[in-house]
Write a protein that binds this ligand. Structure first.
Ligand code: FAD
Length: 434
């Protein structure tokens, strides 16, 4: 049964947010703004600090430091309470969660925003998964400067869609080293294709100028003679730096898609579990990115605020992909089919959360603002269709069809070519049962 504030004793809605990362904090800030006094929020998170991981790519080059904020201060600023424990299970029937310390907390609405775990996906490679990998990259740069490493491949394993950090590492390495052969190996059809043609062409030109070769392919493992790709090719490389694959944690009581992530609708409501929402890397949405995580959190927070009786229109999640690419020279601001050396949004945050970015930047503006207007619906539709194609290319036809449902919701009717694809992909599911 779904509760609203009027049904729930007329008291504030008891909201539990599990997680202490981008999606959890964005939701905390959004709920405070939209429904203060109508919700009583508890943040269930084990960490001391919120760590902004995206700047970890710049640390080995001494171009930036990773910023950290005490979680308790953020929580206190937004009228909430923190419980320094981890979510271990959900009892949906009883509207209760269990924690690693054996505590049981009841909720009217629960938002699960506990992220995903990074796992090495290219055997023998240095896996770059954030601040803890900065030292290893620094050592690799040192070895290359001493002539012990003559070639480095930067590898994106299959199913990883947020590839920007790897391009940043490759470009900043090129700016630092000379006489070392550099390449990027990725299943993408073109560099950062996710951002559309214009942005991809710009990144291609940056790679060419930096002397970095782009190779489209699926890296599998680092062998003694180089990087082995799934199609049998071997790319000469003394060292390989790879992105990790993300794996969603298994929480009893939380449903999972065949790929292990949490299925939700466009308001963040978890399929088949009343009053449970999810946002961020743990969800089925294939682009695991902080800005996207924050937009999902905003949609879920609006839905929860509306359930709490706040005068809010709960808008569905409409993805707008924004990224800042560090290059070793001038940074590039990327949005769908747009690329600029001047900011496209304010504040200039790498993780473009609507509430979180201005708060962390201590900006006098309350909300992140686009300085030029992105073409919202077109962008969202383009991303949904691209995601459908990407999943079909990986033979994940169920996920591809799910994406077509999203695209249909955005465009009212699918483009003709995708109607054909929907029939074809549905047929393939019948041929290859799970
Ligand atoms: C090197 C690197 C570069 C990146 N660059 C960018 C970029 O430029 N722009 C961008 O937008 N994104 C970038 N990202 C991606 C971005 O950091 C993630 O997509 C984003 O952090 C996901 O947010 P989340 O809230 O879903 O998960 P997270 O931010 O990972 O937060 C999950 C939180 O949940 C907590 N938690 C885990 N398990 C439990 C539990 N059982 N109970 C309670 N709490 C739990 C964790 O401790 C953590 O606090 C980058 C990521 C990396 C690693």
């Amino acid at each position: 049964m779904t509760l609203t504030v009027s049904e729930s004793r007329g008291e504030p809605l008891e909201v539990v947010i599990a997680g202490g990362g981008v999606a959890a904090l964005e939701a905390l800030l959004a709920l405070h703004d939209l429904a203060a006094g109508r919700v009583r929020t508890r943040l269930l998170a084990p960490d001391h600090e919120f760590v902004q991981r995206p700047l970890a790519v710049a640390e080995p080059f001494d171009r930036a430091v990773v910023h950290r904020w005490p979680l308790d201060a953020i929580v206190a600023d937004h009228g909430a309470r923190r419980i320094r424990e981890s979510l271990t299970a959900i009892d949906a029937e009883a509207h209760a969660v269990e924690t690693d310390r054996g505590r049981r907390l009841t909720y009217d609405a629960l938002l699960v925003a506990i992220g995903a775990r990074a796992e090495a996906a290219v055997d023998g490679a240095l896996t770059f998964d954030g601040p803890s990998s900065a030292g290893a990259v620094r050592d690799l740069l040192g070895a290359a400067e001493h002539g012990d490493v003559r070639s480095i491949a930067f590898a994106v394993p299959p199913h990883v869609t947020w590839t920007l950090p790897l391009y940043e590492l490759a470009l900043m390495t090129a700016a630092r080293l000379s006489g070392v052969e550099l390449s990027v190996v990725s299943p993408e059809r073109a560099p950062l294709a996710l951002f559309g043609r214009r942005a991809s062409d710009t990144v291609t030109a940056l790679l060419v100028d930096a002397g970095i070769r782009f190779c489209s392919g699926a890296p599998e493992r680092k062998a003694s003679d180089g990087l082995e790709l799934a199609d049998g090719r071997v790319l000469a490389a003394d060292a390989v730096v790879a992105m990790p694959r993300l794996v969603a944690p298994d929480i009893p009581g939380l449903p999972r898609t065949p790929r292990g992530f949490v299925p939700t609708d466009l308001h963040g409501r978890v399929d088949g579990v009343a009053d449970v929402y999810a946002a961020g890397d743990i969800t089925w949405y294939p682009i695991k990115q902080g800005g996207i995580a924050a937009q999902q959190a905003d949609a879920a927070a609006q839905a929860i605020a509306a359930a709490a009786g706040a005068p809010v229109v709960a808008r569905p999640f409409r993805p707008v992909l924004r990224g800042i690419l560090l290059t070793g020279g001038e940074a590039r601001y990327l949005r769908w089919d747009e690329v600029a050396t001047n900011a496209l949004w304010q504040p200039r945050a790498k993780v473009a959360g609507r509430y979180l970015a201005p708060y962390l930047a201590e900006s006098h503006e309350r909300l992140l603002t686009d300085l030029t207007v992105p073409e919202d619906e077109t962008v969202a539709l383009g991303l949904a269709l691209d995601a459908a194609d990407a999943n079909a290319a990986w033979s994940d036809y169920r996920e591809a069809l799910r994406w077509l449902d999203v695209a249909e919701g955005l465009a009212v009717a699918l483009p003709e070519s995708y109607a054909d694809k929907r029939r074809e992909w549905a047929g393939r599911i019948c041929e290859t049962p799970r």
